[in-house]
Design a protein around this ligand. Sequence first.
Ligand SMILES: [Zn+2]
Length: 343
Amino acid sequence: MSPARFCALLALAVLAGCGDSTGPAPEDAAFTAPIQGAPMTDVFYGAYMDHAPGSGARDYACGIKAYDGHGGVDILLRNFRVQDSGVSVIAAAEGTVARVADGLADRSTTWDTEGLGNYVEISHPGGSSTFYGHLRRGSVAVKQGERVERGALLGLVGSSGRSNWPHLHFEVRRGGISLDPFAGECSSTKSLWADQLAYQDAFKVTDAGLTDQPTTRDVLLERPPTLSAFPLNAAGFRFWLQVANQPAATIRFELRAPGGALRDAGTLQVSAAFSMRYLLLHVPVSGALTEAGAWEIRTYQDGQLIWTEPFTLLPAAAADAAGTPSLRGKPTFEVQVIDQTLP
Ligand SMILES: [Zn+2]
């Protein structure tokens, strides 16, 4: 139920605080960012709160950045290496710590478990509460009943509870009902933020690399070290590209030989992704590529070059001497997608 409709129902009971059915009461705290780091550089906004009645999803700006029933906003990290570096979750306003949970595993890559995992709830003077979910195990830095100032360290970003990617779930509630702090055409007219962040729907390539490891979600979120050279007798390798907010598009991968000649290409139609996504390319080498030297993989989105990944193919003897690893199995030239949100 939307906050506006909730207040409309409560208005029958003449309860204070719902006089303005388009937004929260004026005494509500103005929130500031609940996480350290710059948007679209260090942290990436995935799903916002869902405003669509029934099934389907719609965010505060009437866009696609939500999934069915989502009550907060998800702020993602690139991978677990960034999580391991310690990204601070901070109080969005002053208040009192109402509840905490800690001690749960924090490297989940599935939605197999339920709940916010390790989390902190803060009660604010205006009557609203904020929740900070999926925190890193052992990172919760506050105790129940403790007073906290705006900006106080609450814990670190993790992937505990129902989480398939390292991220913070930030949610505002009043009387048990989720409120969207973002004002917009499909939300309320009053923002709960001191300074509302612009809608985070810009497309960006956020990371890329080459690996001889299996490109599963688990492996990719550990951010495998990038390899740059492969022996000509290697079975093959994999290229992965991590993107945010990819529009529906035609993706084309081109394999360019030393000197620039087109050696192979693969295309894939992708649907729009409102969160982060991996695009994957399997490149066979042994039996497919024969020239040692400097190669490139060029990635195009609707005809526009979005990434160039260089790699070197080494004569087999030199490769053996260098101990360069090789992919097991017989790969074929093919492309795949892994989305942050599960189908
Ligand atoms: Zn969430």
